[in-house]
Write a protein that binds this ligand. Structure first.
Ligand code: BES
Ligand code: ZN
Ligand code: ZN
Length: 481
Protein backbone atom coordinates (compact mmCIF):
# COMPACT_ATOMS: atom_id res chain seq x y z
CA UNK A 1 0.00 0.00 0.00
CA UNK A 2 1.27 3.43 -0.93
CA UNK A 3 1.82 5.85 1.95
CA UNK A 4 0.12 9.17 1.23
CA UNK A 5 1.07 12.48 2.82
CA UNK A 6 0.61 16.24 2.52
CA UNK A 7 3.62 18.45 3.12
CA UNK A 8 3.31 22.18 3.68
CA UNK A 9 7.03 22.98 3.99
CA UNK A 10 9.30 24.65 1.49
CA UNK A 11 9.66 22.97 -1.88
CA UNK A 12 13.42 23.25 -1.90
CA UNK A 13 13.72 21.40 1.41
CA UNK A 14 11.67 18.35 0.45
CA UNK A 15 13.74 15.19 0.77
CA UNK A 16 12.56 12.76 -1.85
CA UNK A 17 13.88 10.47 -4.57
CA UNK A 18 11.87 12.35 -7.18
CA UNK A 19 9.91 15.58 -7.17
CA UNK A 20 7.25 15.91 -9.87
CA UNK A 21 6.82 19.51 -11.00
CA UNK A 22 3.98 20.39 -13.40
CA UNK A 23 5.10 22.73 -16.18
CA UNK A 24 2.56 24.74 -18.16
CA UNK A 25 2.77 25.58 -21.84
CA UNK A 26 4.25 28.98 -22.45
CA UNK A 27 5.55 29.34 -18.89
CA UNK A 28 9.32 29.36 -18.95
CA UNK A 29 10.72 26.93 -16.38
CA UNK A 30 14.18 27.97 -15.23
CA UNK A 31 14.26 26.48 -11.77
CA UNK A 32 16.22 23.29 -11.00
CA UNK A 33 18.73 24.13 -13.74
CA UNK A 34 16.08 23.57 -16.41
CA UNK A 35 16.71 26.77 -18.36
CA UNK A 36 18.94 25.04 -20.89
CA UNK A 37 16.39 22.27 -21.53
CA UNK A 38 13.67 24.87 -21.95
CA UNK A 39 15.72 26.91 -24.40
CA UNK A 40 16.59 23.78 -26.38
CA UNK A 41 12.84 23.16 -26.79
CA UNK A 42 13.01 19.92 -24.82
CA UNK A 43 10.72 21.20 -22.12
CA UNK A 44 7.62 22.78 -23.64
CA UNK A 45 4.91 22.04 -21.10
CA UNK A 46 2.99 20.01 -23.68
CA UNK A 47 0.53 17.76 -21.87
CA UNK A 48 2.14 14.56 -20.52
CA UNK A 49 5.62 15.45 -21.76
CA UNK A 50 7.97 14.05 -19.10
CA UNK A 51 11.58 15.20 -18.59
CA UNK A 52 13.71 13.74 -15.84
CA UNK A 53 16.49 15.87 -14.38
CA UNK A 54 19.19 14.34 -12.22
CA UNK A 55 21.05 16.45 -9.65
CA UNK A 56 18.54 19.30 -9.93
CA UNK A 57 19.72 22.68 -8.71
CA UNK A 58 18.27 24.57 -5.70
CA UNK A 59 16.35 21.60 -4.24
CA UNK A 60 17.08 18.75 -1.85
CA UNK A 61 15.18 16.25 -4.05
CA UNK A 62 17.41 13.70 -5.80
CA UNK A 63 15.57 14.11 -9.11
CA UNK A 64 13.05 16.51 -10.58
CA UNK A 65 10.54 15.24 -13.10
CA UNK A 66 9.20 18.10 -15.19
CA UNK A 67 5.69 17.08 -16.13
CA UNK A 68 3.95 18.82 -19.03
CA UNK A 69 0.59 20.11 -17.78
CA UNK A 70 -0.67 21.70 -21.02
CA UNK A 71 -2.35 25.09 -21.10
CA UNK A 72 -2.99 26.63 -17.72
CA UNK A 73 -6.52 27.73 -18.78
CA UNK A 74 -7.65 24.17 -19.54
CA UNK A 75 -5.89 22.49 -16.62
CA UNK A 76 -8.27 20.73 -14.24
CA UNK A 77 -8.45 17.90 -11.72
CA UNK A 78 -8.99 15.27 -14.42
CA UNK A 79 -5.81 16.36 -16.16
CA UNK A 80 -3.85 16.43 -12.93
CA UNK A 81 -5.05 12.90 -12.12
CA UNK A 82 -3.63 11.61 -15.38
CA UNK A 83 -0.48 13.69 -15.12
CA UNK A 84 0.22 12.31 -11.68
CA UNK A 85 -0.44 8.77 -12.93
CA UNK A 86 1.85 9.14 -15.94
CA UNK A 87 4.65 10.59 -13.79
CA UNK A 88 4.37 7.80 -11.22
CA UNK A 89 4.34 5.15 -13.95
CA UNK A 90 7.51 6.55 -15.49
CA UNK A 91 9.31 6.87 -12.16
CA UNK A 92 8.49 3.39 -10.98
CA UNK A 93 10.02 1.86 -14.10
CA UNK A 94 13.20 3.51 -12.81
CA UNK A 95 12.74 1.90 -9.39
CA UNK A 96 11.97 5.20 -7.68
CA UNK A 97 10.07 4.43 -4.48
CA UNK A 98 9.67 7.77 -2.77
CA UNK A 99 7.87 10.41 -4.79
CA UNK A 100 6.60 13.93 -4.16
CA UNK A 101 4.50 16.19 -6.35
CA UNK A 102 4.70 19.97 -6.15
CA UNK A 103 1.32 21.64 -6.37
CA UNK A 104 1.42 25.37 -7.03
CA UNK A 105 -0.49 27.22 -4.27
CA UNK A 106 -2.71 28.65 -7.05
CA UNK A 107 -3.76 25.09 -7.92
CA UNK A 108 -3.92 23.82 -4.36
CA UNK A 109 -7.58 23.03 -3.74
CA UNK A 110 -9.18 19.86 -2.39
CA UNK A 111 -10.24 18.57 -5.81
CA UNK A 112 -6.71 18.83 -7.17
CA UNK A 113 -5.03 17.31 -4.13
CA UNK A 114 -7.45 14.40 -4.22
CA UNK A 115 -6.94 13.96 -7.97
CA UNK A 116 -3.14 13.97 -7.66
CA UNK A 117 -3.31 11.25 -5.01
CA UNK A 118 -5.83 9.23 -7.01
CA UNK A 119 -3.67 9.44 -10.13
CA UNK A 120 -0.62 8.21 -8.24
CA UNK A 121 -2.36 5.22 -6.64
CA UNK A 122 -4.18 4.30 -9.85
CA UNK A 123 -0.96 4.67 -11.84
CA UNK A 124 0.94 2.44 -9.47
CA UNK A 125 -1.53 -0.43 -9.99
CA UNK A 126 -0.49 -3.43 -12.12
CA UNK A 127 -2.69 -6.41 -12.90
CA UNK A 128 0.20 -8.74 -12.09
CA UNK A 129 -0.98 -10.63 -9.00
CA UNK A 130 -0.29 -13.99 -10.64
CA UNK A 131 3.14 -13.17 -12.02
CA UNK A 132 5.90 -14.75 -9.99
CA UNK A 133 9.43 -13.38 -9.92
CA UNK A 134 10.99 -10.34 -8.35
CA UNK A 135 10.87 -7.82 -11.18
CA UNK A 136 7.68 -6.25 -9.81
CA UNK A 137 8.02 -2.58 -8.97
CA UNK A 138 5.83 -0.34 -6.88
CA UNK A 139 6.00 3.03 -5.18
CA UNK A 140 6.24 3.24 -1.37
CA UNK A 141 5.23 6.81 -0.72
CA UNK A 142 3.63 9.75 -2.48
CA UNK A 143 3.59 13.22 -0.96
CA UNK A 144 1.75 16.25 -2.28
CA UNK A 145 3.75 19.37 -1.50
CA UNK A 146 1.82 22.61 -1.07
CA UNK A 147 3.94 25.39 0.39
CA UNK A 148 1.91 26.78 3.30
CA UNK A 149 -0.85 24.23 2.74
CA UNK A 150 -3.98 24.00 4.91
CA UNK A 151 -5.49 21.21 7.06
CA UNK A 152 -8.43 20.75 4.65
CA UNK A 153 -6.00 19.44 2.06
CA UNK A 154 -5.13 16.64 4.47
CA UNK A 155 -8.76 15.39 4.31
CA UNK A 156 -8.78 15.73 0.53
CA UNK A 157 -5.64 13.61 0.25
CA UNK A 158 -7.22 11.01 2.48
CA UNK A 159 -10.44 10.80 0.50
CA UNK A 160 -8.40 10.57 -2.71
CA UNK A 161 -6.55 7.62 -1.21
CA UNK A 162 -9.77 5.90 -0.15
CA UNK A 163 -11.31 6.35 -3.60
CA UNK A 164 -8.30 5.13 -5.54
CA UNK A 165 -7.72 2.16 -3.25
CA UNK A 166 -11.36 1.18 -3.70
CA UNK A 167 -11.00 1.52 -7.45
CA UNK A 168 -7.89 -0.67 -7.40
CA UNK A 169 -9.76 -3.20 -5.26
CA UNK A 170 -12.35 -3.37 -8.03
CA UNK A 171 -9.64 -3.69 -10.69
CA UNK A 172 -8.06 -6.61 -8.82
CA UNK A 173 -11.41 -8.33 -8.49
CA UNK A 174 -12.23 -7.83 -12.18
CA UNK A 175 -8.86 -9.23 -13.16
CA UNK A 176 -9.37 -12.47 -11.23
CA UNK A 177 -9.72 -15.37 -13.64
CA UNK A 178 -13.02 -17.24 -13.65
CA UNK A 179 -11.52 -20.48 -12.32
CA UNK A 180 -10.49 -18.64 -9.17
CA UNK A 181 -13.38 -16.20 -8.91
CA UNK A 182 -16.57 -18.25 -9.15
CA UNK A 183 -19.90 -16.78 -8.02
CA UNK A 184 -19.46 -18.27 -4.53
CA UNK A 185 -15.90 -16.96 -4.28
CA UNK A 186 -17.09 -13.52 -5.29
CA UNK A 187 -19.63 -13.71 -2.48
CA UNK A 188 -16.84 -14.66 -0.07
CA UNK A 189 -14.77 -11.72 -1.28
CA UNK A 190 -17.73 -9.42 -0.57
CA UNK A 191 -18.18 -10.87 2.91
CA UNK A 192 -14.52 -10.36 3.65
CA UNK A 193 -14.56 -6.77 2.41
CA UNK A 194 -17.77 -6.05 4.36
CA UNK A 195 -16.31 -7.47 7.57
CA UNK A 196 -13.17 -5.37 7.15
CA UNK A 197 -15.15 -2.13 6.76
CA UNK A 198 -18.05 -2.86 9.14
CA UNK A 199 -20.71 -3.24 6.47
CA UNK A 200 -23.61 -5.62 6.69
CA UNK A 201 -23.41 -8.45 4.14
CA UNK A 202 -25.98 -11.06 3.26
CA UNK A 203 -25.72 -13.76 0.60
CA UNK A 204 -28.78 -15.28 -1.04
CA UNK A 205 -28.13 -18.80 -2.35
CA UNK A 206 -30.06 -20.82 -4.92
CA UNK A 207 -32.76 -22.04 -2.52
CA UNK A 208 -33.64 -18.51 -1.40
CA UNK A 209 -33.73 -17.34 -4.99
CA UNK A 210 -36.05 -20.19 -5.87
CA UNK A 211 -38.35 -19.21 -3.01
CA UNK A 212 -38.33 -15.61 -4.22
CA UNK A 213 -39.17 -16.73 -7.75
CA UNK A 214 -36.08 -15.30 -9.41
CA UNK A 215 -36.60 -17.30 -12.58
CA UNK A 216 -34.65 -14.91 -14.81
CA UNK A 217 -31.54 -14.98 -12.65
CA UNK A 218 -31.73 -18.72 -12.05
CA UNK A 219 -32.11 -19.69 -15.69
CA UNK A 220 -28.71 -18.16 -16.48
CA UNK A 221 -27.06 -20.10 -13.65
CA UNK A 222 -28.56 -23.47 -14.52
CA UNK A 223 -26.05 -24.37 -17.25
CA UNK A 224 -23.08 -24.15 -14.93
CA UNK A 225 -21.75 -26.49 -12.24
CA UNK A 226 -21.02 -23.34 -10.22
CA UNK A 227 -24.03 -22.30 -8.13
CA UNK A 228 -25.23 -18.67 -8.20
CA UNK A 229 -25.11 -16.14 -5.38
CA UNK A 230 -26.84 -12.82 -4.85
CA UNK A 231 -24.65 -10.52 -2.78
CA UNK A 232 -26.36 -7.82 -0.70
CA UNK A 233 -24.09 -5.30 1.06
CA UNK A 234 -25.66 -2.63 3.24
CA UNK A 235 -24.38 0.71 4.46
CA UNK A 236 -26.45 2.75 6.95
CA UNK A 237 -25.49 6.24 8.08
CA UNK A 238 -25.14 6.46 11.87
CA UNK A 239 -27.26 9.57 12.29
CA UNK A 240 -30.33 11.14 10.71
CA UNK A 241 -33.34 9.83 8.88
CA UNK A 242 -33.00 9.83 5.12
CA UNK A 243 -35.99 9.47 2.84
CA UNK A 244 -33.78 8.38 -0.01
CA UNK A 245 -32.17 4.95 -0.15
CA UNK A 246 -29.72 4.36 -2.97
CA UNK A 247 -29.50 0.92 -4.55
CA UNK A 248 -26.39 -0.07 -6.52
CA UNK A 249 -27.00 -3.07 -8.74
CA UNK A 250 -24.06 -4.64 -10.59
CA UNK A 251 -23.82 -7.44 -13.16
CA UNK A 252 -21.72 -10.25 -11.74
CA UNK A 253 -21.25 -12.78 -14.53
CA UNK A 254 -17.97 -14.36 -13.46
CA UNK A 255 -17.58 -15.81 -16.96
CA UNK A 256 -19.70 -15.34 -20.06
CA UNK A 257 -19.30 -18.09 -22.65
CA UNK A 258 -22.60 -16.99 -24.18
CA UNK A 259 -24.22 -20.25 -23.05
CA UNK A 260 -25.92 -22.29 -25.78
CA UNK A 261 -25.73 -19.18 -28.02
CA UNK A 262 -21.99 -19.62 -27.57
CA UNK A 263 -19.50 -16.85 -28.31
CA UNK A 264 -16.66 -17.11 -30.85
CA UNK A 265 -13.35 -18.34 -29.43
CA UNK A 266 -11.41 -15.23 -30.39
CA UNK A 267 -11.03 -12.97 -27.36
CA UNK A 268 -13.35 -15.04 -25.18
CA UNK A 269 -10.76 -15.01 -22.39
CA UNK A 270 -11.70 -11.40 -21.75
CA UNK A 271 -15.17 -12.45 -20.65
CA UNK A 272 -13.83 -12.91 -17.13
CA UNK A 273 -14.48 -9.18 -16.86
CA UNK A 274 -18.22 -9.66 -17.23
CA UNK A 275 -18.54 -9.13 -13.47
CA UNK A 276 -17.00 -5.65 -13.64
CA UNK A 277 -20.32 -3.97 -12.86
CA UNK A 278 -20.70 -6.05 -9.71
CA UNK A 279 -17.09 -5.51 -8.71
CA UNK A 280 -17.61 -1.75 -9.11
CA UNK A 281 -20.49 -1.85 -6.67
CA UNK A 282 -18.36 -3.69 -4.13
CA UNK A 283 -15.52 -1.19 -4.65
CA UNK A 284 -17.95 1.69 -4.23
CA UNK A 285 -19.27 0.19 -0.97
CA UNK A 286 -15.71 -0.18 0.29
CA UNK A 287 -15.13 3.57 -0.16
CA UNK A 288 -18.62 4.50 1.07
CA UNK A 289 -17.99 2.61 4.31
CA UNK A 290 -15.00 4.86 4.96
CA UNK A 291 -16.30 8.18 3.63
CA UNK A 292 -19.71 7.78 5.31
CA UNK A 293 -22.29 9.59 3.17
CA UNK A 294 -25.56 10.77 4.76
CA UNK A 295 -27.85 8.37 2.86
CA UNK A 296 -28.22 4.60 3.16
CA UNK A 297 -26.71 2.69 0.24
CA UNK A 298 -27.26 -0.97 -0.55
CA UNK A 299 -25.42 -2.94 -3.22
CA UNK A 300 -27.00 -5.91 -4.98
CA UNK A 301 -24.69 -8.12 -7.03
CA UNK A 302 -26.20 -11.13 -8.78
CA UNK A 303 -23.33 -13.55 -9.50
CA UNK A 304 -23.57 -16.38 -12.02
CA UNK A 305 -21.47 -18.21 -14.56
CA UNK A 306 -22.98 -18.39 -18.07
CA UNK A 307 -22.12 -21.86 -19.38
CA UNK A 308 -23.53 -24.18 -22.05
CA UNK A 309 -24.02 -27.23 -19.80
CA UNK A 310 -26.57 -29.97 -20.32
CA UNK A 311 -28.99 -28.16 -18.01
CA UNK A 312 -28.43 -24.82 -19.71
CA UNK A 313 -31.30 -22.54 -20.67
CA UNK A 314 -32.15 -22.94 -24.36
CA UNK A 315 -33.15 -20.39 -26.99
CA UNK A 316 -36.94 -20.44 -27.01
CA UNK A 317 -37.26 -21.24 -23.31
CA UNK A 318 -39.73 -19.09 -21.41
CA UNK A 319 -38.93 -18.07 -17.85
CA UNK A 320 -40.83 -16.08 -15.24
CA UNK A 321 -39.01 -13.23 -13.54
CA UNK A 322 -39.53 -12.36 -9.88
CA UNK A 323 -41.74 -9.44 -10.95
CA UNK A 324 -44.10 -11.93 -12.59
CA UNK A 325 -43.24 -10.94 -16.15
CA UNK A 326 -42.55 -13.79 -18.57
CA UNK A 327 -39.48 -13.67 -20.81
CA UNK A 328 -38.73 -15.60 -23.97
CA UNK A 329 -35.00 -16.29 -24.02
CA UNK A 330 -34.10 -15.82 -27.68
CA UNK A 331 -30.36 -15.55 -27.16
CA UNK A 332 -28.67 -17.05 -24.10
CA UNK A 333 -25.76 -14.62 -24.56
CA UNK A 334 -28.06 -11.78 -23.51
CA UNK A 335 -27.79 -13.07 -19.93
CA UNK A 336 -26.80 -9.87 -18.13
CA UNK A 337 -30.24 -8.30 -18.51
CA UNK A 338 -31.84 -11.50 -17.19
CA UNK A 339 -29.93 -11.51 -13.93
CA UNK A 340 -30.31 -7.73 -13.54
CA UNK A 341 -34.07 -7.97 -14.09
CA UNK A 342 -34.46 -9.92 -10.86
CA UNK A 343 -31.81 -7.97 -8.98
CA UNK A 344 -33.48 -4.64 -9.85
CA UNK A 345 -36.86 -5.96 -8.79
CA UNK A 346 -35.40 -7.26 -5.55
CA UNK A 347 -33.67 -3.92 -4.87
CA UNK A 348 -37.03 -2.14 -5.18
CA UNK A 349 -38.63 -4.66 -2.89
CA UNK A 350 -35.86 -4.02 -0.37
CA UNK A 351 -36.86 -0.37 -0.22
CA UNK A 352 -34.46 1.35 -2.61
CA UNK A 353 -35.96 4.66 -3.73
CA UNK A 354 -33.28 5.35 -6.35
CA UNK A 355 -31.15 2.89 -8.29
CA UNK A 356 -28.04 2.81 -10.43
CA UNK A 357 -26.93 -0.32 -12.20
CA UNK A 358 -23.63 -0.93 -13.95
CA UNK A 359 -23.07 -3.76 -16.38
CA UNK A 360 -20.79 -4.90 -19.18
CA UNK A 361 -24.04 -5.37 -21.01
CA UNK A 362 -23.62 -5.00 -24.77
CA UNK A 363 -21.10 -5.04 -27.57
CA UNK A 364 -23.39 -2.46 -29.16
CA UNK A 365 -22.43 0.24 -26.66
CA UNK A 366 -18.80 -0.21 -27.76
CA UNK A 367 -19.92 0.30 -31.37
CA UNK A 368 -21.83 3.42 -30.33
CA UNK A 369 -19.36 5.12 -28.00
CA UNK A 370 -16.03 3.34 -28.37
CA UNK A 371 -13.90 3.00 -25.27
CA UNK A 372 -14.18 6.60 -24.12
CA UNK A 373 -17.65 7.04 -22.67
CA UNK A 374 -19.87 4.97 -20.44
CA UNK A 375 -23.35 4.69 -22.00
CA UNK A 376 -25.88 6.19 -19.59
CA UNK A 377 -29.61 5.44 -19.77
CA UNK A 378 -32.21 6.85 -17.38
CA UNK A 379 -35.93 6.65 -16.76
CA UNK A 380 -35.84 9.93 -14.84
CA UNK A 381 -34.25 13.27 -15.81
CA UNK A 382 -33.35 14.25 -12.26
CA UNK A 383 -31.57 10.97 -11.65
CA UNK A 384 -29.78 11.27 -14.99
CA UNK A 385 -28.52 14.75 -14.12
CA UNK A 386 -27.35 13.65 -10.68
CA UNK A 387 -25.28 10.81 -12.13
CA UNK A 388 -23.90 12.95 -14.95
CA UNK A 389 -22.86 15.61 -12.42
CA UNK A 390 -21.20 13.00 -10.21
CA UNK A 391 -19.38 11.56 -13.22
CA UNK A 392 -18.10 14.96 -14.25
CA UNK A 393 -16.87 15.72 -10.74
CA UNK A 394 -15.22 12.31 -10.48
CA UNK A 395 -13.52 12.59 -13.88
CA UNK A 396 -15.27 9.62 -15.48
CA UNK A 397 -16.81 10.19 -18.90
CA UNK A 398 -20.44 9.25 -19.47
CA UNK A 399 -22.82 10.01 -22.31
CA UNK A 400 -26.61 10.07 -22.08
CA UNK A 401 -28.35 7.73 -24.51
CA UNK A 402 -32.06 7.62 -25.47
CA UNK A 403 -34.56 5.44 -23.63
CA UNK A 404 -37.89 6.20 -25.26
CA UNK A 405 -40.83 3.87 -24.81
CA UNK A 406 -41.20 3.43 -28.58
CA UNK A 407 -38.14 1.18 -28.48
CA UNK A 408 -40.20 -1.32 -26.49
CA UNK A 409 -41.66 -2.69 -29.71
CA UNK A 410 -38.22 -4.12 -30.50
CA UNK A 411 -38.65 -6.58 -27.63
CA UNK A 412 -42.03 -8.03 -28.63
CA UNK A 413 -42.42 -11.77 -28.33
CA UNK A 414 -45.38 -13.71 -29.72
CA UNK A 415 -45.21 -16.11 -26.76
CA UNK A 416 -44.17 -14.17 -23.68
CA UNK A 417 -44.41 -10.65 -22.20
CA UNK A 418 -41.07 -9.76 -23.73
CA UNK A 419 -38.10 -11.26 -25.56
CA UNK A 420 -34.61 -10.92 -24.10
CA UNK A 421 -33.19 -9.43 -27.30
CA UNK A 422 -34.30 -6.90 -29.90
CA UNK A 423 -33.37 -7.02 -33.55
CA UNK A 424 -30.10 -6.12 -35.16
CA UNK A 425 -30.13 -2.39 -34.46
CA UNK A 426 -29.83 -0.29 -31.34
CA UNK A 427 -28.60 -3.17 -29.22
CA UNK A 428 -27.49 -1.07 -26.27
CA UNK A 429 -30.83 0.76 -26.19
CA UNK A 430 -32.95 -2.39 -26.38
CA UNK A 431 -30.90 -3.92 -23.55
CA UNK A 432 -31.61 -0.82 -21.47
CA UNK A 433 -35.30 -0.91 -22.44
CA UNK A 434 -35.44 -4.48 -21.20
CA UNK A 435 -34.03 -3.43 -17.81
CA UNK A 436 -36.42 -0.48 -17.65
CA UNK A 437 -39.30 -2.95 -17.47
CA UNK A 438 -37.92 -4.12 -14.13
CA UNK A 439 -36.92 -0.75 -12.69
CA UNK A 440 -40.59 0.20 -12.71
CA UNK A 441 -41.29 3.73 -11.52
CA UNK A 442 -38.19 3.91 -9.32
CA UNK A 443 -35.82 6.65 -10.56
CA UNK A 444 -33.01 4.66 -12.11
CA UNK A 445 -29.88 4.96 -14.21
CA UNK A 446 -28.30 2.16 -16.19
CA UNK A 447 -24.59 2.36 -17.01
CA UNK A 448 -23.38 0.17 -19.86
CA UNK A 449 -19.66 -0.20 -19.15
CA UNK A 450 -18.83 -2.87 -21.77
CA UNK A 451 -16.51 -0.43 -23.58
CA UNK A 452 -14.97 1.26 -20.56
CA UNK A 453 -14.44 -1.35 -17.84
CA UNK A 454 -11.39 -2.76 -19.61
CA UNK A 455 -8.48 -0.82 -21.11
CA UNK A 456 -6.98 -2.46 -24.20
CA UNK A 457 -4.69 0.29 -25.51
CA UNK A 458 -1.51 1.42 -23.84
CA UNK A 459 -1.91 4.64 -21.87
CA UNK A 460 0.90 6.44 -20.06
CA UNK A 461 -1.15 6.93 -16.88
CA UNK A 462 -2.77 3.51 -16.26
CA UNK A 463 -1.96 -0.13 -16.88
CA UNK A 464 -3.81 -2.20 -19.47
CA UNK A 465 -6.63 -4.28 -18.06
CA UNK A 466 -9.50 -3.44 -15.71
CA UNK A 467 -10.19 0.32 -15.37
CA UNK A 468 -12.30 0.35 -12.20
CA UNK A 469 -14.93 2.54 -13.90
CA UNK A 470 -17.45 3.70 -12.51
CA UNK A 471 -16.39 3.38 -8.84
CA UNK A 472 -15.52 7.06 -8.36
CA UNK A 473 -18.80 8.26 -9.86
CA UNK A 474 -20.89 5.99 -7.64
CA UNK A 475 -19.11 7.12 -4.50
CA UNK A 476 -19.43 10.75 -5.54
CA UNK A 477 -23.13 10.27 -6.20
CA UNK A 478 -23.66 8.96 -2.67
CA UNK A 479 -21.46 11.67 -1.10
CA UNK A 480 -23.15 14.55 -2.94
CA UNK A 481 -26.73 13.34 -2.33
N1 BES B 1 -21.07 -9.63 -21.78
C1 BES B 1 -21.65 -9.41 -23.04
C2 BES B 1 -21.44 -7.98 -23.54
C3 BES B 1 -20.09 -7.65 -24.04
C4 BES B 1 -19.75 -7.86 -25.36
C5 BES B 1 -19.18 -7.06 -23.21
C6 BES B 1 -18.52 -7.52 -25.83
C7 BES B 1 -17.95 -6.71 -23.69
C8 BES B 1 -17.62 -6.92 -24.99
C9 BES B 1 -23.15 -9.65 -23.02
O1 BES B 1 -23.58 -10.61 -22.12
C10 BES B 1 -23.52 -10.10 -24.38
O2 BES B 1 -23.05 -11.12 -24.79
N2 BES B 1 -24.32 -9.31 -25.07
C11 BES B 1 -24.71 -9.60 -26.40
C12 BES B 1 -26.18 -9.28 -26.55
C13 BES B 1 -26.76 -9.80 -27.82
C14 BES B 1 -26.85 -11.29 -27.79
C15 BES B 1 -28.14 -9.18 -27.98
C16 BES B 1 -23.88 -8.74 -27.34
O3 BES B 1 -23.63 -7.58 -27.04
O4 BES B 1 -23.45 -9.25 -28.36
ZN1 ZN C 1 -23.51 -12.57 -22.93
ZN1 ZN D 1 -22.37 -10.90 -20.44
Amino acid sequence: MMKIAIESGLLRQIETEALIVPVFEGVREERFGAAELTDAGEVTGKYLELTLIHHPQEVAARRVLLAGAGKVETFDAAQLRRLSGAAVRLLKTKSVKKIALALDPAQANGENVSAAVEGAILGDFEPDRYKTGDEKKSVDSFTVVVEGGSPELEAAADSGRILAEAQNYTRDLVNEPANLLTPLRMAEAAQQMAAEYQLDCEILYREEMEKLGMGALLCVAQGSAEPPALIVVRYKPSAGESKAHLGLVGKGVTFDTGGISIKAADGMEKMKYDMAGGASMLGAMRAIAQLKPAIPVTAFVPCVENMPGSRAVRPGDIVTAMSGKTIEVINTDAEGRLILADALHYARQQGCTHMVDAATLTGAIVVALGHLNVGLFANDDGMRDRVLAAAKAAGERMWAMPLEDDYKDYLKSPFADLANVGGRWGGAVTAAIFLKEFAGDTPWVHLDIAGTAWIDDVKPFVAKGPSGVPVRTLVRLAMDW
